[in-house]
Design a binder for this molecule. Structure first.
Ligand code: MLT
Length: 312
């Protein structure tokens, strides 16, 4: 009976609103991406996707919530590269990264920016690095907890300059940005989704982008490699997941809605403004997300292990 009811429900899916867990605070870059995509997906699905922010522990609390939810297609997770890095960073998680989820598809590729409070004295990245090294016991680096994209980039930055700075964790880089704007923290590495408008408005200072090439929306900001950090490239990607056991008919239906959303003119326009690129249609599929997650776990494991002393 259970099987037939699951199959039947998949046939009429979705019959009610869907909850999308965003594992970081409202107002941050993951939240921004999620609300844009969820709104466009809702149109195709004919049912509302409701965002629920579940922050904490670098995104792993929210991921755990979805891993343990009913596999009926009415609870999904939108998460980023942290899904891969947390598999190495955490000895114990409330889920098994590769066994607790079904896959829907890849959503975006987002570069990061190394930014500072607007009155930071340094004129360029070299100056910022010198400042950080000479004030290493007082310079604060904001992040969204171990497993966050800002944590990964901050760890790589401290490893690149061989200097441990004071890290200040938040439940998302939305609240972290509030403190950066207020000058309560000094430095952050955060996604363009959250920093582009602030940089353009001059309310924070940008020192580098972590993409291979400069960004159209931030033409004057050099890449980290141009600015002297050889090999420093970090790309953030987002995926949508469902609890293990969610019927394939459901994840395929969600993947279809995701493809439609990524072609939505409003989504594409907003993404472009924020330096964010929607995933190609072929990547908005379960198989593409599964492959990406597996390859990214393997890619970042040795990097995290070698930079470990900066991963606090
Ligand atoms: C957020 O949405 O707050 C960010 O993704 C946090 C992070 O991963 O740095």
């Amino acid at each position: 009976v259970a099987l037939s009811s699951t199959v039947a429900s998949a046939a009429g899916y979705p019959e009610r609103s869907i909850t999308m867990i965003v594992p970081f605070s409202a107002g941050g870059p993951t939240d921004t991406v999620s609300r844009l995509v969820a709104e466009a997906m809702s149109k195709d699905l004919g049912q509302q996707i409701i965002i629920e922010n579940v922050g904490g522990a670098g995104g792993t609390l929210g991921a755990g919530r979805v891993a343990n939810a009913e596999p009926d297609g009415y609870t999904v997770l939108l998460h980023h590269i942290g899904m891969a890095t947390s598999a190495t960073l955490y000895r114990k998680l409330a889920y098994d990264t590769l066994k607790s989820f079904e896959y829907v598809g890849l959503v975006t590729d987002v570069p990061m920016t190394i930014v500072a409070r607007k009155d930071m004295e340094a004129k360029d990245l070299k100056g910022l690095i010198d400042y950080a090294k000479t004030h290493k016991d007082t310079v604060t680096v904001a992040n969204a907890g171990i497993g966050a994209a800002s944590h990964l980039c901050g760890m790589l930055f401290m490893s690149a300059i061989q200097t441990a700075l004071v890290t200040v964790p938040y439940k998302g880089t939305g609240p972290a940005m509030t403190d950066l704007l207020g000058g309560q923290v000094d430095i952050m590495c955060d996604q363009t989704t959250n920093t582009t408008k602030q940089i353009q408005g001059g309310t924070i200072k940008a020192y580098a982008v972590t993409s291979p090439k400069r960004l159209d929306v931030l033409k004057d900001v050099p890449t980290a490699v141009e600015a002297g950090l050889a090999g420093f490239e970090v790309g953030i990607w987002h995926g949508i997941y469902a609890p293990k056991g969610t019927p394939a008919a459901v994840t395929e239906r969600l993947s279809k809605a995701l493809k439609v959303a990524l072609k939505d003119p409003n989504v594409a326009a907003r993404f472009a403004e924020l330096g964010t690129a929607p995933s190609p249609e072929a990547d908005a599929t379960p198989a593409a997300l599964k492959a990406k997650l597996e390859s990214e776990i393997a890619r970042w494991k040795p990097v995290i292990q070698s930079a470990g002393q900066y991963a606090d």
